[in-house]
Design a protein around this ligand. Structure first.
Ligand SMILES: *Cc1c(COP(=O)(O)O)cnc(C)c1O
Length: 354
């Protein structure tokens, strides 16, 4: 039976990407891609291609560097304040990832939470806040993977804007020039676990007075083309193949169109179907992680629906424990047909309930 992978991460990858990777694992110019030195021309060309695909697809302006690091987005929670926090940092608290990021900043200096939606279990994006103009940077999480809310606007910030885009990078056009830094784990929309992308405007670096250990110093990674130490070779290879696929399919514009299409199909059904309900404010609904629960009067059927959906090939639908219910993660490689099949499940389950 065909499986429909709604997993929240690591994510579904296109067949073409898996095939190209399998091939390179078996034979990459004579050896396995897993066996070659990263100090070879063959590998350097993979790095170069990956970097230029990032720049091309996201239209990254001059003055920015693209790094491929290890340690996951969670390591960046610490690396950002290490490099940027001199006196004061500001954070928008839109979920557990955002608050984990802020928690690390506290270790380095004064950390201000500009606004939080914790009062309603992060079911909306706070509005009406102001960014302190004396902060070294303002940190946001553009897509809140656990709760299903998203900021899809690139707003103006009076201070350096830093964004964790782990779960919505390459799913919409981004005006990179509005950000001082964008980072994230690759494993939600642009590849497998193991590699973290960092897009950083070079002129913001070198301004803090503390001394930086080598591995957290962005300037050192820039100087060494992300190969100060052994890079996560296979993860970068898969990411490069994923970016090639995005380009072939039609680039970011196409990814954005597909994301919108998938989200509309599913939210329309959630709103129409009397046994389901969404968990977030309509205005802040994520295109990536679509969270829903069963309505009052049907709550006891959640396990039954999960089983039913599973029997139809739906994988990874279980909501995060802090929200409950269901979460359909609709990342770049998820075919629109998978969402249509999920909608069919919801409609059939509704019929059986009557
Ligand atoms: C998954 C996720 C993270 C954590 O990424 P790791 O690479 O596992 O450290 C951070 N932020 C957001 C928004 C995420 O979705």
């Amino acid at each position: 039976m065909k499986q429909h992978n709604f997993g929240a991460g690591p994510c579904i990858l296109p067949q073409q990407v898996l095939e190209a990777t399998s091939k390179a694992v078996m034979n990459f110019n004579g050896l396995s891609v897993l066996e070659i030195s990263h100090r070879t021309k063959d590998w350097e060309s993979v790095m170069d291609e990956c970097r230029s695909l990032w720049k091309e697809l996201l239209n990254i302006p001059d003055g920015y560097q693209v790094l491929f690091l290890a340690g996951g987005a969670s390591t960046q929670f610490m690396t950002v304040p290490y490099n940027l926090l001199e006196k004061k940092a500001a954070y928008l608290d839109t979920g557990v990832w955002a608050s984990k990021a802020a928690k690390e900043a506290v270790l380095f200096g004064e950390t201000v939470i500009v606004a939080s939606s914790k009062d309603k279990n992060y079911s909306y994006i706070p509005k009406g806040w102001t960014i302190p103009s004396d902060a070294d940077y303002f940190h946001i999480t553009t897509n809140n993977t656990i709760y299903g809310t998203e900021i899809r606007e690139d707003f103006d910030s009076p201070v350096n804007l830093v964004a964790d885009m782990s779960s919505d990078i390459m799913t919409r056009k981004v005006d990179v020039a509005k950000y001082a830094m964008i980072y994230g784990g690759a494993q939600k929309n642009v590849g497998p676990a193991g590699v973290t992308f960092v897009i950083v405007r070079e002129d913001i670096l070198g301004k803090v007075s503390r001394l930086l250990p080598s591995m957290v110093d962005y300037r050192l990674h820039i100087k060494n083309d992300s190969m100060y130490n052994t890079p996560p070779v296979i993860s970068i290879f898969v990411m490069k193949e994923m970016l090639k696929w995005i380009k072939e399919v039609g680039g970011i514009e196409k990814m954005e169109e597909l994301a919108k299409q998938r989200a509309e199909i599913l939210y329309n059904e959630i709103d129409r179907n009397p046994i389901f309900t969404g968990t977030t404010d309509h205005a802040d609904r994520s295109y990536m992680n679509i969270c829903f629960v069963m309505n009052e009067g049907h709550k006891d059927k959640e396990a039954a629906f999960m089983e039913f959906a599973k029997s139809r090939g739906m994988v990874g639908l279980k909501g995060h424990r802090s929200v409950g219910g269901f979460r359909a993660s609709c990342y770049n490689a998820l075919p629109v047909e998978s969402v249509q099949e999920l909608v069919k499940c919801m409609q059939e389950f509704e019929k059986n309930e009557k």
